[in-house]
Design a protein around this ligand. Sequence first.
Ligand SMILES: [Zn+2]
Length: 85
Amino acid sequence: MPGSAMHNRNRIIPFPGRRGSPRLVVCSVCLRVHVDGAWMEADDLIRRLRTFELGDVVRLGGALCEPCETELRVRRHSDSETLAA
Ligand SMILES: [Zn+2]
């Protein structure tokens, strides 16, 4: 059986986080990236910073952008009204 030669999807690939490697804040919902006080699309930022050419893996920090926060707040509010009715 060729099981041992198969690709293991559960294998964890280690990326050593080195001091000084770039860190970006990303919205956990829409995946936009917070840069210079504004949220921008990830693909635009990748092209701008050329992260694919960096030697280090970019570290990501989770956050919630203002539009997603507002949308979630409105959705939660409307859900609670539906439940109360
Ligand atoms: Zn967002």
